[in-house]
Design a protein around this ligand. Structure first.
Ligand code: SF4
Ligand code: SF4
Length: 144
């Protein structure tokens, strides 16, 4: 998945540099391994990606990448990405209420309903997610 992601970006017209977040030497070595002799995505691979995009766009899952940039400054210590991960699993399971997983994810931390809407998390989120609204939905779903 990593190589496809970077090769997808590098295959776009006009791209001369792809910035990839890396947090270890092994990740850097992995990135270098498929960029050293770069091969753009083939037409067949592009088709697979378009099909995956279509499948993902049909869902209503929260497009959180779990980067955790939003978490550090939250005054209520709400585990935002973990809550969204539970919500997304709930979506995939088509209605099975993952209340137990939600309760485990929030043990000793803030609940979705504890959000005071300060907006810190939204200004930190590189995906520009409407975190406050998503948390309201999660509170409604998992805490009622
Ligand atoms: S808006 Fe809510 S979730 Fe976001 S930082 Fe403030 S209290 Fe935390
Ligand atoms: S900053 Fe945005 S994308 Fe990153 S973990 Fe938080 S909600 Fe998810």
């Amino acid at each position: 998945m990593v190589s496809w992601g970077i090769r997808y970006a590098a295959s776009l017209d006009g791209i001369i540099t792809v910035l990839s977040g890396m947090s270890s030497l092994s990740q850097m070595e992995e990135n270098l391994s498929f960029m050293r002799d770069f091969m753009p995505l083939t037409d067949e691979e592009q088709t697979v990606i378009r099909r995956a995009q279509d499948a993902l766009n049909k869902g209503t899952s929260i497009p959180c990448t779990s980067c955790h940039y939003c978490v550090e400054g939250c005054p209520m210590s709400i585990p935002i990405p973990e809550i969204f991960a539970v919500a997304n699993r709930q979506h995939k399971n088509e209605g099975f209420r993952q209340v137990r997983e939600y309760n485990i994810a929030t043990i000793g931390k803030g609940k979705a309903s504890d959000c005071v809407q300060c907006g810190q998390c939204e200004s930190a989120c590189p995906q520009h997610l409407g975190i406050i609204d998503y948390l309201k939905q999660c509170a409604e779903h998992f805490e009622k």
